[in-house]
Design a protein around this ligand. Structure first.
Ligand code: NAD
Length: 251
C-alpha cells in the first residue's frame, strides 16, 4: 500500500487531503499541533503531534516513517496566515513564526523526504502555496513572502530531485470556504474599516468564476498530482482558485 504524509492534516485542507488519499487507497499519516483535532482523525490514520517548524520533531517523524517502510507522497501543507497589518506594524517575531511554519515546514518536509524517496527511486512532493504566492497581498507581507518562497523551493526540488524519479509541484488555493478564511475576513474587515461581507465579496469578485473554493477541490488536485496520471508533471504551479486575476488590489 502506498503511503502519504500530510502536514497540518488534522483539519481544513490537510484533513480533506487525508480523506482523499485514503479514498485513493493510500495509507495516511497526518501531523498537526492541535491535539483535539488529531484525536478526531479516523482510527485508520497514523496521527502525530508534530510542529512543522521544529527540526527535531520533523526529523523524528521521518525516522519513524522510514522504519515503517518509507513514503510515496508528502504534502507539505502546514502554513499559518500570519498578521494582517501594514508592513511597518508587523512584529519581527510574527514574521519569523509565519515564515518558519509556512516556508521552513515545507523545507523540512523536502529535506527529510528526499533521502527516502531517492532510495525508492520515486516519490511525489506536493507543496501548498497560495494565490498569495502568485500575487502581492497588501497587509500580508510575511505570508505572501513565505508562499512565494514555497514556489521557489518547489522549482528547485523539481530540478534537483527529478533525475531521481521524484516530482514536485505546488498548488495555489484561492480563498477556501471555512474557519480559517472567516478569521482572515474578520481581521481584514477590521484593518480596512469594511464589513466582513464586503471583504468576502471582494475576494469572490476577484475571480473569474466569482467563487471561493473548497478544501475538497484542493485535495483532489493533490491526489491527481501524486498519481500516475501526472507522472510527467513536475515543477508546476497549479492554481485551484476559480481563476484569480486580481485578488485584492486595495491596501
Ligand atoms: P487551517 O488554518 O485550517 O489549519 C490547518 C491545520 O494546521 C490546523 O489543524 C492547525 O492546528 C495546523 N497547524 C498550525 N500550525 C501548525 C504547525 N506549526 N505544525 C503543524 N500543524 C500546524 O489551514 P487551512 O486553511 O487548512 O490551510 C492549509 C494550507 O493551505 C496552509 O498552508 C494555508 O496557508 C494554505 N492556504 C489556505 C487557504 C485558505 O483560504 N484556507 C488559501 C490558500 C492557501
Amino acid at each position: 500500500m502506498k503511503r502519504a504524509l500530510v502536514t497540518a492534516g488534522a483539519s481544513g485542507i490537510g484533513f480533506a487531503m487525508g480523506e482523499a488519499f485514503a479514498q485513493a487507497g493510500y495509507e495516511v499519516w497526518v501531523t498537526d499541533v492541535d491535539d483535539a483535532a488529531l484525536a478526531r482523525c479516523p482510527d485508520a490514520w497514523t496521527a502525530r503531534r508534530v510542529d512543522s517548524s521544529d527540526d527535531g520533531q520533523m526529523r523524528a517523524l521521518f525516522d519513524e516513517i522510514s522504519v515503517a517502510g518509507g513514503l510515496d507522497v508528502v504534502c507539505a501543507n502546514a502554513g499559518v496566515a500570519g498578521p494582517t497589518a501594514h508592513v511597518e506594524d508587523v512584529a519581527w517575531d510574527d514574521w519569523k513564526t509565519c515564515v518558519d511554519v509556512t516556508l521552513g515546514g515545507a523545507f523540512l518536509c523536502a529535506k527529510y523526504a528526499a533521502p527516502m524517496m531517492k532510495a525508492a527511486g520515486q516519490g511525489a512532493i506536493v507543496l501548498t502555496s497560495s494565490t498569495a504566492g502568485v500575487f502581492g497581498y497588501p497587509n500580508r507581507a510575511p505570508y505572501s513572502a513565505a508562499k512565494w518562497g514555497v514556489i521557489g523551493l518547489m522549482k528547485t526540488l523539481a530540478m534537483e530531485l527529478g533525475p531521481f524519479g521524484i516530482r514536485a509541484n505546488a498548488i495555489c488555493p484561492g480563498a477556501v470556504e471555512g474557519p480559517r478564511m472567516e478569521g482572515v475576513l474578520e481581521r481584514e474587515a477590521a484593518a480596512k474599516g469594511m464589513t466582513r461581507d464586503a471583504v468576502y465579496e471582494g475576494y469572490a469578485s476577484g475571480t473569474s468564476l466569482r467563487t471561493f473554493v473548497t478544501a475538497e477541490d484542493i485535495a483532489n488536485m493533490a491526489v491527481f498530482l501524486a498519481s500516475n496520471g501526472a507522472q510527467r508533471v513536475s515543477g508546476q504551479v497549479i492554481s485551484v482558485d476559480g481563476h484569480t486575476e486580481n485578488p485584492d488590489p486595495k491596501p
